[in-house]
Design a protein around this ligand. Structure first.
Ligand SMILES: [Zn+2]
Length: 178
């Protein structure tokens, strides 16, 4: 599933930029000939040793620019190592989630999806026609949520916001611009 990454102002951030930055941040290859990846580095920092299969799953998720579910991850991992089972992918995701290394996303009517927890905070819009997940950040929404929590007597420590939408036809869009 394709994902458009956007910054505050809705400008697109190219996936290539993210990938290049990641490549720069990682070190030499592992014994399996795989590059070290962000999840692996976090595991190491937490004293978690990764087996070959888990390292491979970590690599695939680290390089994902979308929000894959377990089936997507398994399909991608199986291209590199056909013997890795779907059950191993599920178990590994559960473990990573418990360690706070990956975030589990439960969008309406779909399978659980995953993304690395270290990603910069963002919210999601789900296109109900295509299932595409669009990432966005909106400073005003962030401020409003904090204000609501404060009014209720709380200090906001986190939130999850999901928008569900269908594409506005191009014709209507241009009329709104007039
Ligand atoms: Zn996301």
């Amino acid at each position: 599933m394709a994902v458009r990454e956007t910054d505050h102002s809705g400008n697109r951030i190219s996936g290539e930029e993210t990938r290049t930055a990641r490549r720069r941040a990682v070190g030499a290859g592992s014994p399996l000939g795989l590059r070290a990846n962000r999840i692996e580095a976090e595991c190491r920092a937490k004293g978690l040793r990764l087996t070959g299969q888990r390292r491979l799953i970590a690599q695939v998720l680290s390089e994902a620019l979308d929000h894959p579910d377990a089936f997507d991850l398994h399909r991608r991992v199986a291209m590199l190592a056909p013997h890795v089972s779907l059950a191993t992918v599920y178990r590994t995701m559960k473990r990573f989630e418990r360690e706070g290394i990956v975030k589990r996303l439960e969008f309406r009517g779909g399978h659980a999806r995953y993304e690395t927890a270290a990603k910069r905070h963002h919210d999601h819009l789900i296109d109900l026609e295509t299932g595409q997940v669009v990432e966005f950040r909106n400073a005003e929404i962030e401020r409003l949520q904090e204000a609501v929590a404060r009014e209720l007597g709380y200090r906001l420590v986190g939130h999850r916001l999901e928008l569900y939408g269908v594409p506005v036809p191009a014709k209507e869009r241009s009329e709104e611009d007039l």
